[in-house]
Design a protein around this ligand. Structure first.
Ligand code: SAM
Ligand code: DTB
Ligand code: SF4
Length: 320
């Protein structure tokens, strides 16, 4: 569907022009685009589970799970299928529609652990949930195996613009990320790809990231916008916080440039007021993570999210 509608490539200058607009003009434009393509009162709700915690060989400067930083996080082995299913059943009962499983791996390695992840996908899918995993880099055969197991989405973020990427990670390249995304696409999986604000980048790098995402053909179906959750012991612990209006700008620009995608207001919601979240929804965010925690950090409580939905007359989106 999306492939026939893919627009011409977006340049960083075009994305920057959007980000630089007067804020309320930008929000108004994005809200109009949003309403053409989506029900503005419905928000897709996904729940995360870290199925393999910590000890990651990559050195992403923001991440609690990198073995390069002393964050005090305890490493855990890959969870068992039953533990995952128990969590997935609870997520479904609590109203989640998509279940996302993360593993702190640099790349997928063939063997019993990968087979177990495929089994997790198969059984979570059987519960009637949409499935998503994020496992690092993978090859064609592994992508095909995941597709075969019933995987809907693969999450693999570009995180920031190409010019800023070296400041974020030294153990892999931007092109390796793009190659993995290409493989995911060729296996027939839906792509979940976005970034983080607060990595010391400026608007220029944000514009580059948005242009990169919007120029993919087809565009990603899901675009998570994370606000850095500062983690003690990481090189980015003391980074300056990004103002909430900048988050609204990036969400709005993502909505204008990728009209059909789920734009996901992801990590960082615990630090956002209800008012700021409401503006993000108006500007086109239509997906959030629900549940007590993200991967290793807290998320707003289900009670506070239910209260926010009630105040804004929002309903969870049920796919299918
Ligand atoms: N290892 C896999 C990978 O790198 O693709 C997946 C796991 S990683 C935790 C998934 C995404 O979560 C990252 O690409 C990043 O955008 C986001 N993330 C990780 N730590 C974060 C933090 N402290 N604050 C905000 N977002 C974060
Ligand atoms: C994404 O872009 N954000 C999620 C999901 N994809 C896997 C992860 C957010 C992680 C936030 C930090 C943590 O909890 O460790
Ligand atoms: Fe590893 Fe992913 Fe964390 Fe980078 S973001 S250190 S690849 S778990």
């Amino acid at each position: 569907m999306a492939s026939t509608l893919a627009p011409a490539a977006t340049s960083p200058a075009e994305a920057a022009a959007l980000l630089d607009k007067p804020l309320l003009d930008l929000v108004f434009e994005a809200a109009a685009v949003h309403r053409e393509h989506h029900d503005p009162n419905r928000i897709q709700c996904a729940q995360l589970l870290n199925v393999k915690t910590g000890g990651c060989p990559e050195d992403c400067g923001y991440c609690s799970q990198s073995a390069h930083h002393s964050t005090g996080l305890e490493r855990e082995r890959l969870l068992g299928v039953d533990e995952v299913l128990e969590d997935a059943r609870r997520a479904k009962a609590d109203g989640a529609d998509r279940f996302c499983m993360g593993a702190a791996w640099r790349e997928v390695k063939d063997g019993p652990e990968f087979d177990r992840v495929c089994e997790m996908v198969r059984e979570v899918k059987d519960l009637g949930l949409e499935t998503c995993v994020t496992l690092g880099m993978l090859n064609d055969a592994q992508a095909a195996k995941l597709k075969d197991a019933g995987l809907d989405y693969y999450n693999h973020n570009l995180d920031t613009g190409r010019s800023h990427y070296d400041e974020v990670t030294s153990t892999r390249t931007y092109d390796e990320r793009l190659d993995t995304l290409q493989r995911v696409r060729e296996a027939g999986l839906s792509v979940c790809c976005g970034g983080i604000l607060g990595l010391g980048e400026g608007r220029e790098a944000r514009a580059e990231l948005l242009a990169e995402l919007a120029s993919m053909d087809p565009q990603p179906e899901s675009v998570p916008i994370n606000d850095l959750v500062p983690i003690e012991g990481t090189p980015m612990e003391q980074n300056e916080r990004v103002d909430w209006t900048e988050l609204v700008r990036v969400i709005a620009a993502a909505r204008v440039l990728m009209p059909r995608a789920y734009v996901r207001l992801s990590a960082g919601r615990t630090e956002l007021s209800e008012e700021a979240q409401a503006l993000c929804f108006l500007a086109g965010a239509n997906s959030i993570f629900v549940g007590e925690s993200l991967l290793t950090t807290p998320n707003p409580s289900p009670g506070s999210d239910a209260a926010l939905f009630a105040k804004l007359d929002l309903e969870p989106l049920v796919s299918g």
